[in-house]
Design a protein around this ligand. Structure first.
Ligand SMILES: Cc1cc2nc3c(=O)[nH]c(=O)nc-3n(C[C@H](O)[C@H](O)[C@H](O)COP(=O)(O)OP(=O)(O)OC[C@H]3O[C@@H](n4cnc5c(N)ncnc54)[C@H](O)[C@@H]3O)c2cc1C
Length: 414
């Protein structure tokens, strides 16, 4: 009997198990999915605030951090957005695109996605061993991969041999949802390189000063991280002022720049008016504009924010737009577009959505995710040293790598 083990029942592992089982057919094979949580896909079930933001129109190699772009390009060549759409549709998970190019399941339910994947696993005859923790893996020459595991329900330990092994154990983020990063040491013991792990897609803590008054206010803003005058990265997106700093995609996309260099004194620049600066300048210079400067800003911001910005710029809210002097306008633009905060820290693994780092991509074939060191070993999903911004980029990689590994494993062993 040809035996395949998949460790980790997240999106990557479930997709790999379904594809491997489908490709291998049902005779003379056993596909076993190990998951140490009592349920599959616990993290998947909370993605996209329960709606499962599954992919994005902007997916391209340059959007991802970690590997050489050529590696990511090869992976995405094998599994682009249209391939994901097709593969999910076949499984019974149609997806749709929002106006801003973010993809979600038609059900708008991450829980439905998990439930459908579970049914497909059953349908393909995958043996699901939930509440089972794989502690150790070793390679036995001529025999295959030996897994040592513990079944939490029965309390029993087991040792079993498998011909092929797919590792889909995730990273270290949100450990209460399953993945804790324990399995990296096993991959290292097999001879693989683990790139340093650090939290990504988390909040950024900063000294807000007077801007503490904006706590709870949301903005669509341009953001950038500076080390002195060097810009380390830029982003655009929704953000919210919190007690300790800022949160939301607009800053989460930059938090890895803080966590990867905690020793640096970095600053966060927030440009609140970025998307509308030209429109604002035009409206301000329009001779027929008889509005107050307060009314002008209310086009873009909530009243609380408008009053705060006008106080910061030392402008009388009742002043008419036409009465603004060049100096007034410059003070306003300065407040709205060039506010810099000293960064004091960023989210840790407990509140950052992703783990950056992981198994070195140069040690994996980007078309199959098979290890270049160990024939028959595949590593997929968040365990691999690649991550993208908020917006479905990371689930795309999880599903893409799972699909490619499962499919190629089956093709090579049929
Ligand atoms: C709150 C939150 C919201 C998110 N929202 C989005 C979103 O909307 N869009 C997006 O693209 N990404 C999102 N992400 C990121 C996304 O969830 C991950 O990229 C994705 O889940 C990674 O999939 P994976 O299968 O590689 O790993 P995981 O989903 O982490 O699955 C790994 C599984 O392996 C199991 N496991 C680990 N070690 C062992 C072991 N030794 N034995 C047995 N089982 C083991 C774990 O229990 C876990 O279930 C979000 C993340 C979080 C935390």
């Amino acid at each position: 009997m040809f035996r395949v083990a998949i460790i980790g029942g997240g999106p990557a592992g479930m997709m790999a198990a379904i594809e491997a089982a489908r490709g291998l057919g049902k005779t003379l094979r056993e596909v076993v999915l190990f998951e140490h949580e009592p349920k599959l896909g616990r993290k998947l079930a909370v993605t996209g605030a329960g709606r499962c933001n599954i992919s994005n129109d902007g997916i391209k190699a340059s959007a991802y951090h970690g590997p050489e772009p050529a590696w990511t390009e090869s992976l995405l060549e094998g599994f682009a957005v249209e391939d994901l759409e097709r593969a999910l549709y076949r499984l019974g998970i149609p997806i749709y695109k929002t106006d801003d190019g973010w993809y979600y399941p038609l059900s708008q339910s991450a829980a439905s996605v998990v439930a459908v994947l579970e049914e497909r696993l059953l349908g393909q005859g995958v043996l699901m061993r939930v509440a089972t923790y794989v502690r150790r893996v070793s390679y036995k020459e001529g025999l295959g991969f030996e897994l040592t595991f513990k079944d939490y329900a029965s309390g029993e330990k087991g040792i079993e041999l498998f011909d092929k092994l797919i590792v889909a154990t995730g990273g270290k983020s949100y450990p209460e949802l399953g993945a804790k990063g324990h399995f990296f040491s096993q991959l290292e013991a097999l001879g693989h390189t683990i790139k340093p792990l650090y939290p990504a897609l988390g909040p950024i803590d900063a000294r807000l000063g007077a801007f503490t008054a904006l706590q709870g206010q949301r903005f669509d803003a341009h953001t950038a991280i500076f080390d002195g005058e060097d810009c380390l990265g830029r982003s655009f997106g929704n953000l919210i002022f919190t007690k300790k700093g800022l949160n939301g995609p607009g800053v989460m996309n930059l938090s890895h720049l803080v966590t990867q260099s905690p020793e640096k004194n970095l600053q966060l620049e927030v440009n609140f008016i970025g998307p509308w600066i030209e429109e604002l300048a035009e409206a301000a210079s329009d001779e027929n504009n008889h509005a107050s400067v307060r009314a002008l800003l209310l086009r873009y911001f909530a009243p609380k924010a408008v009053d705060f910005f006008l106080t910061q710029a030392a402008l009388n809210p009742q002043k008419f737009v036409q009465e603004l002097t060049e100096l007034d306008f410059q003070a306003l633009i300065q407040t709205l577009s060039m506010t810099r905060f000293d960064i004091t820290g960023a989210g840790d693994f407990s509140n950052s959505q992703l783990t950056a780092g992981g198994i070195a991509t140069e040690e994996l074939d980007p078309y199959t995710l098979q290890s270049k060191r160990f024939a028959g070993l595949y590593v997929i999903g968040e365990a691999v040293d690649i991550f993208g911004p908020c917006g479905g980029y990371n689930l795309h990689i999880a599903f893409a790598s799972g699909y490619l590994a499962g499919k190629s494993l089956a093709e090579m062993n049929n």
